[in-house]
Design a binder for this molecule. Structure first.
Ligand code: GLC
Length: 509
């Protein structure tokens, strides 16, 4: 069970303040003409709207779209063609050919499909042996599957005659693309000017394998062992950090945090050694995709100018969840994977104290069975006050984002987090711990901000701000002003897309 003592470990290394705006790469002036278009290729294991298991997909989908708005970018994305890629899109894909991809002693079929959406060209790598399975991850041969994917990426460039200026790899599943570029392909003339950028969406998942399989499975010569070896294992994330020209992570605060062992999952040494090429750029969300004024999943549509229909969303949500329809009882919501770094032990510690007042608590998510059981049991013990839905459902999540009043995200660590931004955009006030992207997107109400925050990983500090938030909620005028403030906070890609442009320009100099 959780503790109330401060669990924030003393940092062995001081967390260096995250790069501030001035030190982030700045976009180049606009004199680049259409002829000199920058060619950017995203390599990723998922992208919305085709296939999504989490925030990575949303970012790959929405950032590529935001960049492709600029005439001077030719943005393409390459993904595995999983069985679960949405049928509605899949049937529109165009088959453009097939090749055979060498991977160590293997030579594997690779079909290539193409689809253009919002000015972005998407390629899908087809191989039924590797990808015709339910879901995206969790197979014994994930290492081999993503090695095949990354090696295919490099081969496909030759097939389609597209040699990007920047190969932008996301997370460990795409790390090998950067490694193959620097160890195998850069010796070929067409590949020699390709620059690699690597983005860490979550440092927890690094892609670790036994060193024995470096040549046999990944097809990388032992000569390059020092690039990928860490802690007597292959560590693909480490390899990409070493190989890329620049690497980034998804918020400025997290860029500072991953230099600290408390947050780094063992990689802080590598991050610090490569600090000169690190920057943190806050994710955005697609404001069209998340728009309470047009979202069809909502019971009623509303906007910052006309907030009143949000009350209908709340009333209908209460009805749907069999909660008493009480316009004045604040609904505190959580939509989260039920895993420990989401701060669920803090919730376990104090939620029953919070529930003593007139409020309702709604949770949506799946994850570790101990949390699933806990929240299911809590709902049984507090009928009419607590509802736990142990599943994930995007339609329902939007109904909750719009119908709730408060949104709780007390993460122990959070590289960026998108839910707090979505909730705010839907006028549901975020309560967050000041870590990673939560700290960079939600500012404390007391200081004129758009939500409520607490610093230490401490259940009673969290309870204190929940109560503070409910206090403000009871003051109708103050609350309306805060809701408006949250809804009008700019969470779009605007500035952040510019930082990415600057990052690309900086590696191309
Ligand atoms: C990962 C992180 C999350 C981030 C997302 C998109 O899922 O855990 O914090 O928002 O990637 O970058």
């Amino acid at each position: 069970m959780a503790t109330t003592k401060k669990t924030t470990k003393k940092a062995a290394v001081e967390v260096v303040e995250a790069p501030v705006e001035e030190t982030l790469p700045q976009a180049a002036p606009a004199e680049i003409t259409v002829e000199t278009k920058r060619k950017i290729l995203f390599v990723a294991s998922e992208a919305a709207p085709f296939i999504a298991t989490g925030g990575l997909a949303e970012v790959v989908g929405s950032l590529s779209k935001a960049l492709a708005r600029h005439e001077r970018y030719d943005v393409r994305v390459i993904l595995p063609l999983y069985q679960d890629v949405k049928k509605e899109y899949r049937k529109e894909f165009r088959f453009i050919g097939n090749i055979f991809v060498p991977l160590s002693w293997r030579n594997q079929y690779c079909g290539i499909f193409e689809y253009v959406k919002d000015n972005v060209t998407f390629y899908f790598v087809d191989n039924e042996y590797y990808f015709k399975r339910p879901g995206c991850y969790g197979y014994y041969d994930d290492g081999e599957r993503f090695a095949f994917f990354c090696r295919s990426v490099m081969e496909i460039l030759g097939f389609i005659g597209f040699y990007p200026d920047v190969l932008h790899c996301h997370d460990w599943q795409a790390a090998l693309a950067a490694l193959y570029l620097k160890t195998i392909y850069c010796f070929r003339p067409e590949y020699q000017f390709i620059r690699a950028v690597f983005t860490i969406h979550n440092i927890e998942y690094q892609g670790k394998y036994s060193l024995d399989i470096l040549e046999d499975l990944f097809g990388i010569s032992y000569r390059y062992r020092n690039l990928v070896e860490y802690d007597r294992c292959i560590n693909l994330m480490k390899g990409a950090i070493e190989c890329c020209e620049k690497f980034s992570t998804v918020s400025p605060t997290y860029a500072g945090e991953i230099k600290d062992p408390y947050y780094s999952h063992g990689l802080d040494q590598i991050v610090r050694r490569n600090e000169f090429k690190l920057c943190g750029i806050l994710n955005g969300i697609d404001p069209e995709y998340y728009d309470p004024a047009t979202d069809k999943a909502l019971f009623a549509n509303y906007s910052a100018e006309n907030i009143a229909p949000k009350a209908v969303c709340k009333e209908e949500l209460q009805r749907m969840l069999n909660l008493p329809v009480k316009p004045d009882a604040p609904i505190l919501a959580m939509i989260s994977r039920l895993v420990s770094h989401k701060g669920l032990d803090l919730v376990q510690e104090v939620i029953e104290q919070a529930l003593r007042q007139d409020m309702q608590f709604v949770l949506l998510g799946t994850g570790d069975s101990n949390y699933e059981n806990y929240f299911a049991d809590l709902a049984r013990r507090y009928p009419g006050k607590v509802v736990s839905i142990i599943s994930f459902n995007s339609d329902l999540s939007r109904k909750i984002y719009s119908g709730a009043d408060l949104f709780l995200m007390p993460s122990k660590s959070e590289p960026c987090g998108l839910s707090q931004m979505i909730a705010s955009r839907y006028g549901t006030i975020a309560i967050v711990r000041e870590t990673g992207g939560l700290r960079d997107s939600i500012t404390p109400y007391g200081a004129g901000g758009n939500g409520f925050t607490f610093h230490d990983y401490n259940a009673y500090d969290m309870l204190y701000v929940i109560n503070e938030a409910i206090g403000v909620y009871r003051n109708k005028e103050e609350w309306a002003a805060l809701v408006k403030k949250a809804m009008t906070t700019d969470f779009s890609w605007g500035k952040s897309a510019e930082y990415y442009e600057g990052l690309y320009e900086s590696v191309l100099k």
